[in-house]
Design a protein around this ligand. Structure first.
Ligand code: F6R
Length: 608
């Protein structure tokens, strides 16, 4: 949830760390800090708010030293103040931490009982004091860290530096990701390969329980028992150029506009263009034989899973359960052995989704994941991964990853249907052709940008609440549309199944409430229009998202309409994601909120 980086280099470390932290800002941006070793002594700069504040601090008071650690924070314990910002340090040691130390209260009381004074409210500070205590007892840095790790409960990734040790840094990983970067006479630690990309593309990922001792020329990795272990050094294809905003004002805008292209990548991977048939790699389970599918994910990825439930059940006739990971993991759900447990995650590091995966592993399920970051923990713990191929997603609000998740899920639903004999080769070909047309349709939908910008300005910017309605697979789209609007514009929004309206939420409707109706022309269209009329009869302002036919039938009655290309009902959820993203984006831009880094959110949620 926070981002950490460590550098043992040849020249000043602080500018390199700052550049790396910029890439990690997606993980948190409440405050940031850097500590280096200056003539053997620990010195640090910390600042609240975004990285610019820390950069300003460093301009005024530069930090020399070729060894250092840095942190960008998403607050868990203690408010976003300078005192709570990392690195946390004593005179002898400085620590940056991502994760949560669950037993920190007990440890803090124990240390305070021995006279230790704390200067922050964080859980992390206990780590600095514990290590210092062991150093004071005469232990070496390595032994002091090993002893400290044995006392910590919870999830953490750590990078630690020591007074007087100019060629030593120690990292540790338990539950939160940490990678070692190999340079030439330089070594690095970072939360992910993306952070390390400006320095190196040679990276080894630590496993849970691993800790690592690095110098400028050596890397020694140990497992939880202290046994030396090898972890494969991989060459990671992350191009530094990929974090550029291009001509766009925000990463979110760039990522929305990349969708036709990245969906093309998904098609290239999963569909044979000549035969218009699916091409799925061999899987360690038989889609024809699985008795049940359980889909687990969080947030936007969960909504992709809800869309997929409609697809799998309608097209493949296979029963599907779908749940949010934070509920699923503690529900102790009874599972049919041999089922397929499918996890959806952009980052592949979401703590709740990972815990759910581990539960399913204990329940004799086949474990597959749909992930964007293929080197992530969820990917590595799966029996099989389906990459989403969206490329790095930097905007905190997920856009292109969602659409790519839907594409992959659509492919899987068709493949499952075919494997079970629920559809024949002609139908597979027809649906594959519909998917193949998606880049073109998405591109057409993007041309609606100016119209949606005006609509957002006229109808939504001043709204305090917005309701989204849909039926069938458009219902999860309503949920996703409402989530997008909430998270980046801070306008309260709710998604509802259109038919459920009269069971309560209809009481909310008056002439100040914009109601966005997602209604492609399909077998449920007439029913959705009836619900739309119930809203209009009570003064609600309808914004109708539909196609030519739908708008010709119901458009006259709406306050505003957005006409989307005609597509098959099966692929409509993929297409209708685009106007919903644009609605949220332009509303947020007009409100002047921080689109790419909305308040209180982080891109990668590695805590419960
Ligand atoms: C919303 C959003 C979040 C994520 C959720 C899961 O725009 O981005 O709701 O979808 O935190 O994250 P991943 O997909 O990384 O597991």
């Amino acid at each position: 949830m926070c981002g950490i980086v460590g550098v043992i280099g040849k020249s000043d470390a602080a500018p390199v760390i700052l550049e790396s932290l910029r890439r990690l800002e997606y993980r948190g941006y409440d405050s940031a800090g850097i500590a280096t070793l200056v003539d053997g002594t620990i010195d640090r700069r910390r600042a609240t708010g975004k990285l610019q504040s820390l950069a300003g601090e460093l301009d005024t008071a530069p930090l020399p030293g070729s060894l250092g650690i840095g942190h960008t924070r998403w607050a868990t314990h203690g408010a976003a103040t300078t005192d709570n910002a990392h690195p946390h340090a004593t005179e002898r040691v400085a620590v940056v931490h991502n994760g949560i130390i669950e037993n920190f209260k007990v440890l803090r009381e124990e240390l305070e009982g021995k006279g230790t004074r704390f200067s922050s409210e964080t859980d992390t500070e206990v780590i600095a004091h514990l290590i210092t205590g062991y150093l004071d007892m005469g232990k070496s840095p390595k032994d002091a860290v090993a002893a400290t790790l044995g006392r910590l409960e919870g999830a953490f990734a750590l990078a630690i530096i020591f007074k007087g040790e100019d060629d030593l840094m120690i990292g540790a990983r338990e539950g939160s990701p940490l990678a070692v970067g190999y340079g030439d006479g330089e070594m690095y630690l970072g939360s992910d390969a993306f952070a390390l990309a400006p320095m190196t593309n040679r990276v080894a990922y630590l496993d849970d329980g691993d800790w690592v001792v690095i110098s400028r020329t050596s890397v020694q990795i140990f497992d939880a028992k202290g046994t030396p272990v090898e972890r494969t050094v991989q060459v990671v294809p992350v191009s530094a150029a990929l974090v550029d905003k291009g001509n766009h004002r925000h990463f979110m805008a760039k990522e929305i506009h990349e969708q036709p292209e990245v969906v093309g990548h998904v098609l290239g991977h999963y569909v044979d263009p000549a035969k218009q048939l699916l091409k799925l790699p061999e899987m360690p389970f038989d889609l024809a034989a699985i008795p049940r599918i359980t889909i687990v994910a969080c947030g936007t990825a969960y909504y992709a899973g809800v869309v997929a439930k409609y697809w799998f059940e309608q097209v493949a006739r296979v029963p599907v359960d779908v749940d949010v990971a934070s509920e699923f993991r503690y529900r102790e759900c009874a599972m049919t052995p041999g089922g397929l447990a499918l996890f959806i995650s952009q980052s592949g590091e979401t703590a709740d989704t990972l815990a759910a995966l581990r539960y399913c592993r204990s329940q004799d399920q086949h474990i597959a994941s749909i992930v964007n970051v293929t080197e992530s923990t969820i990917a590595r713990e799966s029996d099989h991964i389906f990459p989403t191929l969206a490329g790095p997603e930097i905007g905190v609000a997920s856009t292109k990853a969602f659409v790519c998740q839907l594409m992959v899920l659509a492919v899987l639903a068709i493949a499952t249907a075919r494997a079970r004999g629920a559809i024949d080769a002609d139908e597979e070909q027809r649906l594959a052709a519909e998917l193949t047309a998606m880049p073109r349709h998405l591109s057409d939908a993007l041309h609606l940008g100016p119209l949606i910008e005006k609509l957002a300005q006229d109808e939504l910017t001043d709204a305090t609440d917005v309701l989204y309605l849909g039926r069938g697979a458009s219902f999860p789209l309503a949920l996703e549309g409402a989530l997008k609007l909430k998270e980046i514009s801070y306008i309260h929004a709710e998604g509802y199944p259109a038919g459920e309206l009269k069971h309560g939420p209809i009481a909310l409707i008056d002439d100040t409430l914009p109601v966005i109706v997602i209604a492609p022309w399909d077998r449920l269209f007439e029913k959705t229009v009836s619900n739309m009329q119930e809203v209009m009869a009570r003064g609600g302002r309808i914004i109708l998202l539909s196609d030519r036919k739908g708008i010709s039938i119901a458009g006259d009655e709406a306050t505003a309409v957005v006409e989307l290309p005609d597509v098959d009902p099966f692929t409509a959820p993929i297409l209708y994601a685009v106007p919903l993203q644009l609605v949220a984006y332009f509303t947020a831009v007009h409100k002047g909120t921080d689109v790419d880094q909305p308040r209180n959110l982080a891109k990668s949620v590695t805590v419960e």
